[in-house]
Every structure is written in structure tokens, then in C-alpha cells.
Design a protein around this ligand. Sequence first.
Ligand code: AMP
Ligand code: ZN
Length: 132
Amino acid sequence: MPCDGPAAVPLCVEFSGVTNDCLFCRIAAGEIPATVVHETDTTLAFRDIGPKAPVHVLVIPKAHHADVAALAEAAPALAGEVLAAIAAVAKAEGLEDGYRVIFNSGPHSGQEVAHVHAHVLGGRPLGPMLAG
Ligand code: AMP
Ligand code: ZN
């Protein structure tokens, strides 16, 4: 698919190797609305549409990488920027009592969206790490 203009750049095959059917690429491009809580040139943080805690924010790189391993291998500096964005979100959301960061990766994790994203969860005691 050709580039349509600046807003489409993160979606261009030439840049990302994906077509624009990736949900989080489309959110990063502003094509699908989201409640954005933090943004840098390279990262975006927005509220999860189905929150599992009082604070549930997703932090993504704007560039498409399928999961955390792909991101770390292809763009380690960007991976660090995602971590910095997670810390900034936790501070902005007032999570000084603690929070949990989850990168679901691959089928056993239940990853539904194949664009790497960190879940930042907090706002109450979160209990055991896994349900069962
Ligand atoms: P995962 O299962 O780790 O891939 O997480 C995907 C997350 O994306 C889920 O927690 C969904 O609730 C969330 N989600 C799906 N669609 C949207 C959307 N349009 N805006 C915000 N969050 C979304
Ligand atoms: Zn994507």
C-alpha cells in the first residue's frame, strides 16, 4: 500500500512492513480514536478500552513491532523509550503505591493485538500475579 501522506507514514509498507489493518498502528496514526494520556515522538499511551484496574493504560511504540522480542531485536533504543514512557505514565497517573507492567507475547499469553504494547495497571492492590 502506498503512503498517503504524513499521517499514514507509520502505516506504510516501506516503513513498517505491515498494512494498515493493525489496530494499534491505526490508533498511532490517529485513524481510530483513543484516550491518549501520554505521547512522545516515538511512543503513545492510551487508556485500555476494557480496563482491568482503576488505571489501565497501554503504552506502544508508534512503529510496528509484533511483540517485545521483535522490538528488542530490531530497535533496542526504542524499547528503552517505551520503558521511559511507562515510567512517565505511572508518575502522571499517580501510581506511587506501585503498579504492574505486562507485555503479553505470543499465544500462551493470550496476546490479542500483534503490535507490542505494555499494559500499565494500578490504582488498587493488584493481588497475586496470576489468577490460577
Ligand atoms: P493483549 O491481549 O495483551 O493483546 O491486549 C490487547 C488490549 O487491547 C486488551 O486489553 C483490549 O481491551 C485492548 N483494546 C482493544 N481494542 C482497543 C481500543 N480500540 N482502544 C483501547 N484498547 C483496546
Ligand atoms: Zn501495528
